[in-house]
Design a protein around this ligand. Structure first.
Ligand code: SF4
Length: 231
């Protein structure tokens, strides 16, 4: 594995050698409980190959995975790769996506990304952050999801759930997704980044909700400095 740097340029190479055994006992306990509560946490987006995951990730901006799956379950019966998107054309793609917010913008991004994949990458989805982030509709968080989920590359995508739950648990004081990612990546060994991402999302959706977190039902409450949250 090559060297991994955070946004502030801190080398994470040393973390690659680290294990949970070197984490402090509170964090170890939080990770243990998350693993117990959400042993099979993974992305809820439906996909069969890296290209379909990329499309689903573009579509998931500002909408729920459930809404995306409703659309892609039908779309992916016709679309396996970027050539299928170009053959479908913008008008028919928009028709398929029109139940989703920002569907015109997302349709254009998917069309353009498909064209680039065919012209530059032989129709394959690239597996480096730099290449992924150069594609329309793919930012840092989306690239992290694709890298970790489709290619098994350690990456910790920070969405609203990951940021909120991490802050409440005192794992980070980061005020933006980059800072939260950096704190979590420095705190955890790379082999736990992807799983912890999925488990924090699962906990955020089920228990540690943005409004009215269910602290009285939370398995992490004795380890959480924010367990007095009531609204
Ligand atoms: S105790 Fe409350 S604030 Fe803390 S992680 Fe659990 S639900 Fe979230």
């Amino acid at each position: 594995m090559g060297r991994i740097f955070t946004k502030r340029g801190v080398s994470l190479t040393q973390n690659i050698e680290r294990g949970v055994g070197q984490l402090n006992s509170r964090i170890k306990e939080i990770l243990r409980i998350l693993a117990e509560e959400y042993p099979h946490a993974k992305t809820e987006l439906h996909y069969n190959n890296p290209f379909q995951l990329l499309v689903a990730v573009i579509l998931s901006a500002q909408t729920t995975d459930r809404q995306v799956n409703k659309v892609t379950d039908k779309l992916f019966a016709q679309v396996q790769g970027p050539a299928d998107i170009l053959e479908m054309g913008l008008f028919r793609l928009e028709e398929q996506l029109k139940s989703l917010g920002l569907f015109r913008q997302k349709s254009r991004q998917i069309m353009e990304t498909s064209r680039i994949l065919l012209e530059k990458y032989g129709g394959k989805v690239p597996d480096t952050r730099e290449e992924l982030e150069s594609l329309p509709g793919i930012g840092r968080k989306s690239a992290s999801v694709i890298l970790s989920t489709a290619f098994g590359v350690p990456a910790l995508a920070v969405d609203t759930h990951v940021a909120r739950v991490s802050r409440r648990l005192g794992l980070t004081g980061g005020g933006n997704p980059f800072a939260v990612e950096e704190d979590l990546c420095l705190l955890l060994p790379p082999d736990l980044w992807t799983l912890t991402h999925h488990r924090l999302i699962a906990h955020g959706r089920k228990i540690c909700r943005a409004k009215n977190p269910l602290c009285d039902k939370c398995a992490l409450s004795t380890h959480c400095p924010k367990n007095i949250v009531t609204a």
